[in-house]
Write a protein that binds this ligand. Structure first.
Ligand code: T4K
Length: 402
């Protein structure tokens, strides 16, 4: 894995061998015991109940509700469908305020639910800015959808106060935030409902899967109907719906991963600490910190690159990292407002999203987890430091090779 970084000629982008022999990903799945998973599958085949709210899904929902201290956890086939059904369940019509600095699924779900997304800017913490939310409220606004980006809790109390004053519903996209807290309370119990992703790349996964958590009995009942086509019994359909069901093998994976989650999170935490120590003092690189008083899953290692101080842009660094097999990601570039269909629907959105645009140019998410290991994180940080120091020579060489 190690190679001496002596001059720009040591870099793989100039045809030297890469720092890592194979790719290091952001979002490499971390799974629990394969034996425990197969034990659960064997039992499942004995019962021959493969899907449609079987015992493994029921066990998962009870375990999650208990862990997140919520009355209801309703499992779905993926996080996007969980979001869509959560947003559809209250029969809202109108505009939903949402950040553009999020994975595109957040915004697509609003549109699929028959609602209109309206983008509001984020703060320097990467989270929906309540002042920006207030500035885009119109008579057509019906809801706010905050995103607990990177597992950090949104400014829940201020968003709650705004939604109560203005008669709006408040929802959260908690795709990144399983097992995280806000003000000491588990994320999952805030707003009218929260939606989680159990995608394979998430800290806690079911291959594909999602969850909605809520304290509201009526909303939970409705969501359980909706995910099963609206059927209340064998041949009675009482509302609209679709197929949002989680399968039993997916629930078996989730239950198995729940057993090993504490180990995954403590590994992520150690990796984050290693990155923090190793990236320290590199001009133009700032690691997104976390409130030490909150529980975090440390699924994402997020840095911001200031092109002036770093002397290379984020995208130039990305090019170097990729050549070295460090497949860092620039989530959520270029911002949902610059992707279709939203770019065409609201071509002027960028004018009110300066912090979103800035972050879309600066954020880099680094690979973490067991695939990287501590010495890998140190090597990646050393590489980044080397790039900052050698920026002038790297640029000159790029100019010469062009
Ligand atoms: N809301 C938010 C805020 C979200 O971030 C997401 C999803 C959602 C809603 C929607 O939830 P889901 O409907 O997905 O449940 C990935 C994930 O696919 C996506 O779930 C996630 N957010 C997003 C942030 O990241 P991509 O397109 O970047 O994934 P992809 O295929 O590039 O995978 C990342 C890397 O992980 C790959 O380069 C290789 C590695 N990988 C991936 C998979 C699936 C593996 O090594 N093995 C694997 O099995 O979106």
């Amino acid at each position: 894995m190690t190679k001496a970084l002596e001059s720009e000629a040591s870099l793989a982008c100039f045809s030297a061998p890469p720092l890592f022999p194979g790719p290091l990903f952001v979002g490499r799945p971390q799974s629990g015991s394969v034996d425990h998973f197969f034990d659960r599958l064997r039992d499942m085949f004995q019962r021959n109940q493969l899907t449609n709210h079987g015992p493994l899904v029921q066990e998962l929902e009870a375990a999650v509700a208990d862990r997140l201290e919520v009355k209801h956890a309703i499992a779905f086939c993926n996080g996007t469908v969980a979001l869509e059904m959560m947003l559809k369940a209250l029969d809202l019509k109108g505009e939903v305020i949402v950040p553009a600095f999020t994975f595109i699924a957040t915004v697509h779900a609003i549109r699929s639910a028959g609602l209109t997304p309206v983008f509001a800017d984020i703060g320097t913490n990467h989270l929906l800015d309540p002042d920006a939310v207030e500035s885009v409220i119109t008579p057509d606004t019906v809801a706010i959808l905050g995103v607990h980006t990177w597992g950090q809790g949104c400014e829940v109390e201020r968003l709650q106060a705004i939604s109560e004053q203005r008669g709006l519903k408040l929802f959260f996209d908690a795709a990144h935030a399983f097992d995280c807290t806000h003000r000491g309370r588990p994320i999952g119990g805030f707003g009218a409902a929260e939606a989680f992703s159990l995608h394979a790349t998430k800290v806690f996964h079911s291959f594909e899967g999602g969850l909605v958590t809520t304290q509201d009995d009526a909303l939970a009942d409705r969501l359980r109907l909706m995910r099963n086509f609206g059927f209340s019994d064998y041949d009675t359909v009482v509302c609209g719906g679709g197929n949002g069901k989680l399968s039993e093998p997916a629930a078996a994976m989730a239950l198995t991963n729940l057993e090993g989650l504490a180990d995954v999170i403590s590994l992520n935490r150690r990796m984050w600490e290693t990155y923090r120590a190793s990236l320290d003092g590199i001009p133009g690189v700032s690691l997104l910190g976390f409130d030490p008083g909150e529980r975090q899953n440390h699924q994402y290692v997020v840095v911001e690159i200031d092109a002036e101080d770093f002397r290379l842009s984020r995208d130039e660094l990305l090019r170097i990292l990729h050549a070295e097999n460090v497949l860092a990601r620039r989530y959520f570039h270029p911002g949902c407002h610059r992707m279709e269909p939203y770019r065409t629907l609201d071509p002027r959105a960028g004018a009110r999203l300066p912090r979103t645009d800035l972050l879309c140019e600066r954020v880099l998410v680094l690979p973490t987890g067991g695939q990287v290991a501590a010495d890998g994180a140190v090597a990646i940080a050393d590489l980044i430091r080397f790039c900052q120091r050698g920026a002038a020579a790297i640029r000159t060489r790029w100019g010469r090779d062009a």
